[in-house]
Design a protein around this ligand. Structure first.
Ligand SMILES: Nc1nc2c(ncn2[C@@H]2O[C@H](COP(=O)(O)OP(=O)(O)OP(=O)(O)O)[C@@H](O)[C@H]2O)c(=O)[nH]1
Ligand SMILES: [Mg+2]
Length: 198
């Protein structure tokens, strides 16, 4: 996975990407921007890696931001996803705004075994609401569902938060990058939502 966090030219490119102004139906094949945010070690990189390769591989902590693409054929449409996988470490936090600002979709990832990572997701929802004007679609992801016996976040409190948040939250899915459970459901849900808006 490539790293882009320290490349100034690339940051300028992100800012000036004109394809974001196209109608959604034209963006589908040119590139739908997904930003992946959440506390460190929640499994953001593993989720993307599982979706792209269908394998689980232990990842080292992301530096800055990693960039990946995957093009799929879904319900007779070609959809290209451009995924910006932001580092969860606090020192990179200020960079995140560059990545989420013009994103179409934000995946907010928490670890179901660590309550503080869900609390961080609620902070991200508030931040996105405050700092984006494009009504970014938000998907809340509870990763590590293979560790249900150590669960600290229950689905009732997640649902309660979603109902009270008044944000554009399009889904709330628990998954496991380790076993692969529900990984494809995340992207099918996003694809269905995008197609419904075209
Ligand atoms: N049990 C279990 N462990 C997981 C799962 N997904 C990721 N992990 C582990 O969680 C740790 C962190 O995974 P990463 O994908 O690097 O997490 P990240 O959110 O990208 O972390 P940063 O890049 O630091 O923000 C690794 O040790 C993974 O092996 C999962 O579904 N189940
Ligand atoms: Mg990572």
């Amino acid at each position: 996975m490539s790293c882009c966090g320290t490349n100034h030219d690339e940051l300028i490119d992100i800012k000036n990407d004109e394809s974001r102004t196209l109608p959604l139906s034209q963006q589908l094949s040119k590139g739908i921007k997904i930003v992946v945010l959440g506390e460190m070690a929640t499994g953001k990189t593993c989720i993307l890696h599982r979706w792209i390769t269908n394998e689980f591989t232990n990842q080292t902590a992301t530096v800055g931001c990693a960039f990946n693409t995957k093009t799929i054929s879904y319900k007779n449409k070609i959809i290209k996803y451009e995924m910006w996988d932001a580092a969860g470490q606090e020192r990179y936090r200020s960079l995140s705004q560059i990545y989420y600002r013009d994103a179409t979709v934000a995946l907010l990832v928490y670890d179901i075994t660590r309550l503080e990572t869900f609390n961080a997701v609620t902070d991200w929802v508030a931040e996105l609401k405050q700092n984006t004007s494009n009504n970014v679609m938000i998907m809340i992801i509870g990763n590590k569902s293979d560790l249900k016996s150590s669960r600290q976040v229950n689905s009732a409190s997640v649902n309660e938060f979603i109902h009270s948040s008044n944000s554009n939250i399009i889904g709330n899915i628990e998954c496991s990058a380790m076993t692969g459970e529900n990984i494809s459901v995340i992207f099918d849900t996003i694809s269905d939502k995008l197609l419904s808006l075209c």
